[in-house]
Design a protein around this ligand. Structure first.
Ligand code: AMP
Length: 280
């Protein structure tokens, strides 16, 4: 399996593959790979001739220097894991490759959707996310790109960016991969003790609780009950929202037909997010 450290060397390889008509799938990641990432890579491998997997811990999407410092970095193990999938090209650039001096990406106007939920608690996060995705897309120029629904708001905002710039990349969204008892896989889980992994199940259980509630209750009532349910656990809630899938607007008195419940919480000093669609 080839590992590329510069944009130029990757592009040279991709140009020759594209000349022979090969289709390129792309999975952007920050590494510390787990089964959730692998599902994306395997799907991409099944639907394309080659898959580029980028491994880059993007500093511009971290609003907290300590969080960036503590983010797990396991490049060698990641490369070993990826070598189990056929036709993968790994792109492991440093910062200068992704943000060259002539970088012309500017602030993106999300019309406020980058200020709620993740955006409210991680100011500037989504500007960093779309910036890195835009620059990665400019380098890789994939036919299809694969993202996980685990990052529900990220999916919605990248979709906005693709549509705004009219980029001809098919976005493929994959379901969240969980442990047997429901914890959403995340690179950050590496930093949890066994006890904390147990504690963290309150997130999934609260989402299930919300899904089980009677839809004659209003979203505000469900939110209140869910916050009470969540508070029985040991995590510190950052937000719990019930939003419309398309507008991302928090629901108050009535339901719409596509609804997602989103939670962000701290388990010790590890910040976890998860979400679940509910169909009223
Ligand atoms: P990250 O390395 O956290 O930036 O994630 C890279 C991609 O993998 C993103 O599109 C994530 O949404 C996706 N991803 C992360 N965790 C999971 C999971 N448990 N299930 C499915 N996709 C995931």
């Amino acid at each position: 399996m080839d590992v590329f450290y510069t944009a130029e060397s990757l592009q040279k390889k991709l140009e020759s593959l594209k000349l022979s008509g090969d289709r390129i799938g792309f999975v952007p990641t920050m590494g510390a790979l787990h089964e959730g990432h692998l599902k994306l890579v395997e799907k991409a491998a099944a639907e394309n001739d080659h898959v580029v997997v980028s491994i880059f811990v993007n500093p511009t999407q971290f609003n907290n220097a300590e969080d960036l410092k503590k983010y797990p970095r396991t490049l060698e193990a990641d490369i070993t894991l990826l070598s189990e999938v056929d036709n993968v090209l790994v792109f492991a650039p440093d910062k200068n490759e992704i943000y060259p001096e002539n970088d012309h990406f500017d602030h993106f106007d999300f019309r406020g959707k980058d200020k709620i939920m993740e955006g409210e608690f991680r100011p500037g996060h989504f500007q960093g996310v779309v910036h890195v995705v835009y620059n990665l897309f400019s380098i890789v120029k994939p036919d299809k790109a694969y993202f996980g629904l685990k990052d529900f708001q990220q999916v919605a905002l990248i979709r906005m960016m693709l549509s705004f710039f009219n980029l001809s990349v098919d976005m493929v969204v994959c379901e969240t991969v969980r442990t047997e008892n429901g914890l959403a896989l995340s690179s950050r889980n590496m930093r949890l003790s066994e006890k904390e992994k147990e504690d963290a199940l309150i997130i999934y259980n609260t989402l299930l609780f919300m899904r089980s509630l009677d839809r004659t209750l209003t979203p505000v009532q469900v939110k209140k009950m869910a916050e009470n349910y969540f508070s029985q656990g040991n995590l510190k809630l950052e937000y719990l929202e019930i939003v419309d899938d398309h507008t991302l607007e928090p629901l108050r008195e009535s339901w719409t037909s596509n609804v997602t419940c989103c939670i962000a919480a701290f388990c010790g000093d590890v910040r976890l997010i998860d979400n679940m669609q509910i169909r009223p």
